[in-house]
Design a protein around this ligand. Structure first.
Ligand code: B16
Ligand code: MG
Length: 214
């Protein structure tokens, strides 16, 4: 029986994925290269450090340890500029309503995001108080597709992995859910994500339907 929902943030609750993409493209261009939207699918859900490693591989740039650190910080400054004016109106269709309904149904809610900026984004959306636990890039050693972020989320809710349902928009995140022994709801393309069930947005379903189905 499902008693808890574990939500990814970027691309599930809020459309910040596009801002990560824009900021990383600026990094790639600074390194004398670029990458495509298709390649960007591989960056979704993975940590800042792992994302930069991939971009360096794609651009074949030579980067010192110091430059690596500076590029990560620069990317984050660009990203923070882009999300400066973020507010509840930037939530993905139906996402805030879905979270509120989940809460009122008594289903426990945790965040399982790779982003170190997650607590600030939740504040900007005005949804922090709906979350019983927030596990993000600051609390894990292993990034997605490792299941650590979701296993810690389940544990923080006092639930078994099998009692939790994961909501994800990334390939790495769906893999993390599977490796953690959890079913997943994919937000995005079924063929790309390969989750247990897929929707374009949370507005297309309800917490009650999903909790009953899994
Ligand atoms: P930050 P999620 C992830 O968030 C993003 O999908 C990914 O593109 C980003 O690199 C990662 O957070 C780290 O974010 O640089 O803010 O720590 O989808 O797991 O909520
Ligand atoms: Mg995501």
């Amino acid at each position: 029986m499902i008693k808890g929902f574990l939500f990814d943030l970027d691309g599930v609750i809020v459309d910040t994925a596009v801002f990560h993409f824009q900021a990383w493209r600026k990094v790639a261009q600074k390194l004398g290269g670029d990458f495509t939207e298709a390649q960007n699918e591989q960056l979704k859900g993975i940590s800042r450090t792992d994302s930069l490693k991939k971009i360096i591989e794609w651009t074949q740039a030579e980067v010192s340890v110091l430059q690596f650190q500076e590029l990560q910080e620069q990317k984050n400054r660009w990203y923070l500029d882009l999300i400066g004016g973020l507010g509840p109106e930037d939530a993905l269709p139906g996402a805030i309503e879905f979270l509120r309904r989940t809460y009122s149904q008594g289903i426990l809610i945790a965040l399982g995001s790779a982003s170190k900026n997650a607590p600030m984004v939740l504040e900007k959306l005005g949804v922090t108080e709906l979350f019983s636990a927030v596990i993000d890039g600051n609390n894990v050693i292993n990034g997605k597709p490792h299941p650590e972020v979701f296993l810690k989320g389940a544990e923080a809710l006092g639930l078994e992995p099998s009692e939790c349902l994961v909501f994800e928009d990334s390939i790495a995140g769906v893999q993390a859910a599977k490796q953690g022994g959890m079913s997943s709801v994919g937000i995005g393309e079924a063929e790309t994500l390969n989750a247990n069930i897929h929707f374009e947005s949370l507005g297309e379903t309800t917490p009650e339907l999903l909790a009953a189905q899994f």
